[in-house]
Design a protein around this ligand. Structure first.
Ligand SMILES: Nc1ncnc2c1ncn2[C@@H]1O[C@H](COP(=O)(O)OP(=O)(O)O)[C@@H](O)[C@H]1O
Ligand SMILES: [Mg+2]
Length: 247
């Protein structure tokens, strides 16, 4: 199974969600691989304290003969297999995102679940990957929109990304992140997304300062602070996703 994680706006929490959901599945004994598909601004490695590794997804894109295993690192604290990107400008230039599709296709047979972190907006780097993916998760940050237009903004964002996933026949779900609003506001948004757009909301994660703290440490919050608000919410989201994907 391959899952691409996307968002309309930057900073909504794609990479955080990728890191935490892959940690959830690894904790449930799946072989879980997290791939950094944000080829121009990769930062998945930071979430797993893997910022200075020798081989990255960029190495594989440059040298097709390289064994993908070389760019996969097992994160000791969570058991997640991570394929980080390179933040070196020279590595980012002149690579073909089309090859990422082949890597993901290959990895789908070697891992129980593969998460692909994507760039913001229309995810050009990972669009070819949609051909081999099964699921698309849309992460929506609702905290920054003015309260009266929450539903409209969220629906607008989800609708556009949903159209993309639909084109490739992906199963689509939404995760709300960085929630600071009251429960009834959140419930209205969930209702709007589920009933008007017909997309299931898989989880709702509160704004929680333990999230940036855990990134600094390099252990996803679900493992670093499992009883924090965000840790609990990511676990509940993982349970729903697991049920959805594997029944
Ligand atoms: N639930 C949350 N609570 C608080 N901060 C969060 C939460 N989710 C993400 N963040 C913070 O927001 C920033 C952006 O998150 P990130 O996952 O990198 O977004 P994206 O990959 O969509 O650009 C990070 O610095 C992270 O610490
Ligand atoms: Mg990101």
């Amino acid at each position: 199974m391959a899952v691409v994680i996307v968002t309309g706006r930057g900073g909504a929490g794609k990479t955080t969600t990728t890191a935490n959901l892959s940690a959830y599945f690894a904790g449930r004994e799946y072989r879980a691989l997290a791939i950094d598909g944000d080829l121009y601004l990769p930062n998945l490695g930071f979430h797993f304290a893997l910022e200075n590794v020798k081989y990255t997804v960029h190495s594989l894109l440059k040298d097709p003969s390289m064994d993908p295993e070389w760019a996969i690192y097992k994160h000791p604290e969570t058991g997640v297999y991570v394929m980080p990107g390179s933040t070196n400008l020279q590595d980012v230039l002149g690579i073909s995102p089309k090859r990422l599709r082949d890597i993901v296709e290959d990895m789908k047979y070697k891992f129980g679940v593969v998460f692909v972190d994507s760039p913001t907006g229309v995810p050009f780097d990972t669009l070819p990957t949609f051909e081999v993916a099964n699921y698309q998760i849309i992460v929506v940050e609702i905290e920054r929109s003015p309260i009266y237009s929450f539903e409209i903004m969220v629906k607008n964002e989800v609708e556009k990304l949903k159209a993309l996933g639909d084109e490739y026949g992906l199963k689509i779900g939404v995760i709300l992140n960085k929630i600071r609003e009251s429960q009834d506001v959140v419930e209205d948004i969930i209702q709007a997304v589920e009933e008007d757009l017909n997309v299931p909301v898989l989880g709702a994660v509160p704004f929680d300062d333990t999230v940036p703290a855990s990134i600094n440490i390099g252990i996803p919050v679900i493992s670093y602070r499992p009883r924090s608000y965000a840790g609990i919410a990511f676990r509940e989201t993982g349970q729903i996703l697991e049920e959805w994907m594997f029944g």
